[in-house]
Design a protein around this ligand. Structure first.
Ligand SMILES: [Zn+2]
Length: 333
């Protein structure tokens, strides 16, 4: 057959018909007569929140707001908030908790809710929000060997959980709080802070054997003890001679809730603040002249215990199991 312009035209028309027009018509008819329900999308996927590419972070040391790639920021927070010799699964749990906490701050920022301390940024780089260390800071602070080994370990932990967040009841678990160690039990949020948060419940934290600040003993002369409490809480006017110290009530996690000193009642966390104790999980002994206080754990005790997380990881728990243990009822995706 001779290939003429006419032949080419027929071939093009035939191809158009079979490969484009016919399928379009058939699909259209199918769409009209078989109106299938849209595929079942699990609730959890529907609510997954995309993390931003960048975040504004206020750098206290430099007095400037920096724009940092979000996942790099998470890496710098894990480096700032958790010892790098912790297990990879504990570092991953920390990455998800820090990412979730950061995102909650970013979401509030959109509603004009940046903290007054840094109105241009939802987060800063120190304990006011959460500690962040840049690659530059870490290189000069820790040296090249650390950067080649520990920093790589942190980067791997963050990369392998990229974009993953914690959710409770289909919503972001905004208060992904964490602390160094609990002393054996974490706390219900309302026993330490103002409000009851459903995923911040008191749970056992049994594997904190490597934690710092265990059975930490501090001694105070009766004079210093009264001075420090009156300095912080002058309205209570504690009399200069200590007659009695009695713990009246303890929280579910074992922290002192109310403590009576002579005739004045204090909250356990007030005594912790006034005396600079590592935890409100403490016991007192008074021999007439010296007050001995033994505290357990370090930090507020709410949410994930970092040493407890590492202890779980050492026993084979993965990061999701760790997070699900410390944040009651959360899902990670
Ligand atoms: Zn801050």
């Amino acid at each position: 057959m001779r290939i003429t312009k006419k032949t080419i035209l027929y071939v093009v028309i035939a191809e158009l018909f079979f490969f484009i027009l016919l399928p379009a018509v058939l699909l259209g008819i199918n769409g009209i007569f078989h109106k299938l329900p849209s595929p079942e999308i699990p609730q959890i996927l529907g609510n997954k929140i995309d993390t931003p590419e960048y975040i504004n972070v206020y750098r206290h040391a430099y007095g400037v707001t920096e724009v940092i790639p979000f996942e790099d920021y998470v890496k710098g927070v894990v480096a700032g908030e958790m010892p790098s010799n912790f297990e990879p699964e504990a570092l991953k749990a920390q990455a998800v908790a820090a990412r979730t906490y950061s995102l909650s701050k970013i979401m509030r920022s959109g509603e004009g809710g940046n903290p007054p301390a840094h109105p241009d940024a939802p987060l800063c780089d120190d304990t006011h929000c959460q500690v962040y260390r840049s690659v530059y800071d870490l290189t000069s602070l820790k040296g090249e060997v650390w950067m080649n080994e520990d920093w790589q370990k942190i980067c791997n932990a963050v990369d392998s959980t990229k974009g993953q967040l914690m959710y409770y009841d289909g919503k972001l678990a905004e208060q992904a709080l964490f602390h160094s160690s609990s002393g054996g039990h974490t706390e219900n949020s309302e026993d330490v802070f103002a409000s009851a948060v459903p995923y911040l419940r008191s749970v056992e934290s049994p594997y904190e054997e490597e934690a710092t600040h265990q059975k930490e003993v501090k001694y105070f002369s009766a004079k210093d003890f009264v001075y420090l409490l009156n300095l912080k809480y002058p309205n209570r006017k504690l009399s200069s001679s200590v007659q009695s110290i009695n713990v009246i009530s303890k929280s579910a996690g074992g922290r002192v809730e109310d403590i009576k000193i002579n005739e004045s009642t204090y909250k356990g966390r007030e005594v912790r603040d006034a005396l600079g104790l590592s935890s409100a999980n403490f016991e007192t002994a008074f021999d007439g002249s010296t007050i001995t206080i033994t505290s357990n754990g370090f930090g507020h005790g709410v949410g994930m215990s970092q040493y407890g997380a590492n202890g779980m990881a050492e026993r084979g728990s993965n990061y999701k199991e760790i997070l699900e243990h410390y944040y009651t009822g959360v899902k990670i995706y």
